[in-house]
Design a protein around this ligand. Structure first.
Ligand code: SF4
Ligand code: SF4
Length: 467
């Protein structure tokens, strides 16, 4: 006994390669649909052209040279940081709330790691065959067939990794230009470094590490369990139905009928292990909820397939909520109410901030010295400095006018043309007869972008008349 114990390794081997079986069903279909849509959006977005009120160009462009993000008609500059922070907080709250209500469903259906691993597994299956064929191939000696199949698999993985990395780079510069430069060898060194690094990391993460990223590396997977409670929707095995009093049993001749099994106290689980074999993280959900379950629903599809084949009702494994202390399966508790309130607040803030972003930023200051000067005809003059940043991607013209004062009181240049993304400064004067000046404490300056009357700013400015 002691000798046998001495042979036990101190730590169990953690990294065991998983070769999941293929499965058909509604959750597999939903996952495939999300994969196709996500890939279509990701790979096509840099090549599309957005024609908006404020700009024309790539729908999403992160321009590191000018430090701005073009997102459809929005142009976000570093000084719009509050919007970016708002969006970030909104995303975090959304993720927390999703984890509280739906467990790891984000991991199972939407996470980049899951989507790319799924695509890599699809390639592997197309080249090497179903799970059993892949297992056989792995064990067989190095024959020409093995070399060819593994070689093609890895070559296709590298190709997809390269396409992923190249597309990622296209979000940072004008796509057709960067694409041409990368292939004719004139792109910036940073572009080549980014593409090579991302190709390598995609290949390793989705092709080699796969579920190990979810099991070991991903921090979200670890802390999201703290956000779950009895009311969270998770994948569950209906243990009372699956086991009854006598436990699982294969559907032998006398145990084929569901009613007979129930009468004898035999569970509906026929112990086929299909639910375990399809699991991408190697979980046996019949042992209860486990932190490694990414809520992908594939074991639900597997078990439903088996239940159909043995004429028993579906749902032995299903998405469900646990029983809360109050006996309710649906929940709307203080935590959910809190998340909803924060989410609604942040959503309102982001929508308001985004909708009130102007296509230009402007400040107006009174010229400090002198505050006021007298002209030779006795009129008084105040001088102001306007500073305008054109936040669009095209040259724009700006027009100044005064409100509450005669139009001719505004002198100096009242029009200013500014190239895209640039900041210009200009001075202008407001000249008033002394009597009018002494009666004027404040006036309004209106700054408009030509062709966009809705994009205007109004400034309340002081007028000084004491010399
Ligand atoms: S236990 Fe089921 S839902 Fe969880 S990861 Fe495995 S297959 Fe997906
Ligand atoms: S797939 Fe269903 S029947 Fe088969 S082992 Fe899993 S729970 Fe039991």
């Amino acid at each position: 006994m002691q000798a046998a114990e001495a042979k036990q390794p101190l730590f169990a081997k953690k990294v065991i390669p998983i070769t999941p079986y293929n499965v058909k069903g509604r959750y597999r279909n939903i996952k495939s649909l999300i994969l196709v849509v996500a890939y279509a959006v990701y790979f096509s977005l840099p090549w599309l052209t957005w024609h908006g009120d404020q700009r024309t160009g790539q729908p999403l462009l992160i321009d590191l040279a000018t430090l701005r993000v073009n997102f459809f008609d929005l142009v976000i500059f570093p000084h719009d940081l509050i919007l970016l922070v708002g969006m970030l907080i909104l995303g975090v709250v959304l993720l927390f709330m999703a984890a509280s209500l739906y467990g790891r469903m984000f991991c199972g259906f939407f996470c980049f790691q899951t989507l790319w691993t799924d695509a890599f597994r699809f390639i592997e299956r197309m080249v090497q065959g179903e799970a059993q064929a892949r297992l056989r191939l792995r064990k067989q000696p190095w024959t020409a067939e093995k070399v060819a199949k593994l070689g093609i698999t890895h070559a296709l993985w590298l190709l997809l990794s390269f396409a992923t990395a190249l597309t990622f780079a296209l979000y940072f510069l004008e796509a057709p230009v960067l694409f041409a430069k990368i292939f004719n060898g004139t792109a910036p060194a940073a572009a080549y470094i980014a593409v090579v690094t991302l190709t390598a990391t995609t290949y390793v993460a989705a092709g080699l590490a796969r579920e190990q990223i979810c099991l070991v590396a991903c921090p979200y997977g670890k802390f999201q369990t703290a956000m779950q409670d009895a009311g969270t929707l998770t994948v569950m095995y209906d243990q009372p139905r699956g086991e009854r009093t006598l436990g699982r049993a294969a559907p032998r001749a006398e145990l084929k009928q569901a009613a007979v099994r129930a009468e004898k106290g035999v569970g509906d689980c026929i112990d086929c292990n299909y639910c375990v074999n399809v699991c991408p993280t190697g979980v046996d959900i019949r042992k209860g909820f486990q932190i490694d379950c990414i809520a992908c629903g594939l074991c639900v599809d597997a078990c439903d397939t088996i239940m159909d084949s043995v004429n028993m009702p579906r749902g032995l494994i299903r998405f469900d909520r646990g029983q809360t202390a109050a006996g309710s399966r649906r929940r709307f508790n203080a935590k959910t109410a809190g998340y909803s309130a924060i989410l609604a607040g942040m959503l309102g803030f982001v929508i308001y901030t985004a909708s009130t972003l102007t296509p230009f930023d402007a400040t107006v200051q009174h010229h400090a010295q002198p505050l006021v000067t007298r002209l030779s005809n006795g009129d008084l003059k105040n001088r102001y400095i306007v500073r305008i940043t054109n936040k669009t991607t095209a040259r724009a013209q700006y027009i100044l006018r005064v409100e509450g004062l005669p139009a001719e009181s505004l002198s100096g240049s009242t029009r200013l043309a500014i190239p895209a993304g640039k900041t210009y400064t200009q001075t202008f004067n407001v000249v008033l007869p002394e009597k009018t000046a002494r009666a004027t404490e404040k006036f309004k300056l209106i700054l408009m972008q030509q062709g966009h009357p809705q994009a205007s700013r109004s400034f309340s400015l002081s007028y000084y008349s004491m010399i």
